[in-house]
Write a protein that binds this ligand. Structure first.
Ligand SMILES: Cc1ncc(COP(=O)(O)O)c(C=O)c1O
Length: 461
């Protein structure tokens, strides 16, 4: 039987029963090369037996690569010893205690308390609910609004989706009305002529105006990804993070750094907000690379200042009424610990800093293509923004499916990239070598050339 035949039944079940997240349900129909059946290092294997380099690390998450024995063994060992252990109220388990201490050690000074969850959306929900609880306990119930920037992505639960201003989130589903939108720190698409400090001034002014309009007494917090991932790997202009934090501080607005993507080595640091961008946050949310996707795991790191207040109340009606069946799940935490061990032992942060510099430089060479508006990114996180006209920055109409065309050609050469609207997104496993990075760029270069020539011959360019 062919490899493909072995998986035929599963493909049929998928077509009949699986609701695929973020998909066009009317047209999504899984084929054998959409069904992955194995993974090792940076590579996935599909049901046809093709070996493909996964330059997305799944969904920005398989930081240490697929199939690492050490993580697999940690999961097995913990599941055998104690497969489940809840941590509500006065219940505890060893891996969740150890992991919380490890995360606190990696976090900036003054952030020592950790709430464990099972995904980035949950981590962000937790951050907002914790801030709300803080202000309630202080009798400042009106402080409940949340500020978030255009092009951000914070997840897919109701509240996390409401924090999100990218794609058609706000049109597709109803959203929670506590969230207000700020302008995006998107230098490539900044309003006419605004660059550098002038653009930062404009963005800070937007924040100050919104605070004036809503009233600082009604605003609880501001949430920001240090680099906006799903929005198109948008790297805000220099000085932006620190200036925004300064205004928030002056108005008693807490700052949440959503490091679900940027954490755990992707930018060359365990946590990047403060060392890379000078963004001093009151809460930091983590997910994805925290377990390299081996188990569902997330963390919300909370400042001592906030924790001092939420832990001071002895009122039985004001307990910290927040938590999940799988909070602090021992098997997930064991995976997280083994994952951190690998990142530290193999110095993957140092590796990302070194190889990332070359990878980013090589990627910039793609700017020569007439389809490329901008190449941007840092470390092992990058986007190639595709445009129909480099002077006007006009986009191709959606029906051209520009990023999908590039993706399809990359795949023919054994490379998985992520097409996201007008972007090709790259977030490879942190173990990618310099040579593999060069190969990835070469494949994209050839794919861009092929798409360009298709578009020309089709009269679309
Ligand atoms: C920055 C950021 N925050 C939060 C999330 C949500 O994480 P999850 O899908 O694990 O809930 C994502 C997911 O892509 C993300 O990119």
């Amino acid at each position: 039987m062919t490899v493909e035949g072995t998986y035929r039944a599963a493909i049929g079940h998928d077509r009949s029963h699986v609701i695929h997240p973020f998909s066009q349900l009317a047209t999504t129909e899984i084929a054998p090369d959409d069904m992955y059946v194995g993974g090792a290092g940076c590579y996935l294997e599909d049901a046809r037996g093709n070996r493909l380099f996964d330059a997305n690390a799944g969904l920005w998450c398989v930081n240490v690569g697929y199939g690492r024995d050490e993580v697999v063994e940690a999961i097995r060992e913990q599941a055998a010893r104690m497969s489940y252990g809840q941590i509500f109220a006065r219940n505890a388990n060893l891996p969740s205690a150890e992991l919380s201490a490890r995360i606190a050690r990696l976090a900036p000074e003054g952030l020592n308390r950790v709430f464990l969850g099972t995904g980035g959306s949950i981590a962000n929900e937790t951050a907002i609910r914790t801030v709300h609880h803080y202000f309630r306990l202080q009798g400042r119930d009106s402080k409940r609004l949340v500020l978030s920037v255009d092009q951000s992505y914070h997840g897919s639960t109701y509240l996390a989706a409401s924090l999100t201003f990218s794609g058609n989130y706000h049109e597709t589903f109803h959203v929670v009305d506590v969230v207000h939108e700020l302008r995006s720190p998107y230098p490539y698409r900044a309003p006419d002529g605004l660059e550098g400090d002038l653009f930062v001034d404009y963005l800070v002014d937007d924040l100050e105006r919104l605070i004036t309009r809503l009233g600082a007494d009604d605003i609880a917090c501001f949430i920001l990804e240090p680099v906006l991932g799903a929005g198109g790997v948008i790297v805000p202009p220099e000085g932006y993070h620190a200036r925004m934090v300064e205004v928030c501080r002056a108005n008693d607005i807490f700052v949440i750094a959503d490091e679900v993507v940027t954490g755990f080595g992707r930018l060359g640091y365990f946590l990047a907000a403060e060392p890379v961008f000078g963004m001093q946050a009151d809460l930091i949310t983590l997910g994805k690379g925290i377990s390299s996707g081996y188990q569902p795991l997330s963390a919300t790191v909370v400042s001592d200042r906030i924790h001092d207040v939420i832990s001071a109340s002895e009122d039985p009606d004001r307990i910290y009424a927040h938590g999940f069946t799988h909070s602090g799940h021992p098997v997930c935490c064991a995976a997280g610990l083994a994952n951190i061990d690998i990142i530290q032992r193999e110095d993957l942060c140092g590796h990302v800093t070194r190889v990332g510099a070359r990878f980013q430089a090589r990627l910039r060479d793609l700017s020569g293509s007439s389809l490329v508006g901008e190449v941007r990114g840092l470390g092992f996180m990058a986007a190639v923004e595709l445009v129909a006209n480099r002077d006007t920055k006009a986009l191709f109409p959606p029906e051209v499916g520009i990023s999908g065309r590039v993706e399809a050609y990359c795949r023919e050469e054994g490379l998985i990239v992520r097409p996201l609207r007008q972007h090709i997104i790259l977030s490879p496993p942190l173990i990618m070598t310099a040579e593999e990075g060069d190969w990835v760029v070469g494949v994209i270069e050839r794919s861009l050339d092929r798409v360009e020539s298709d578009l020309r011959s089709g009269g679309l360019l």
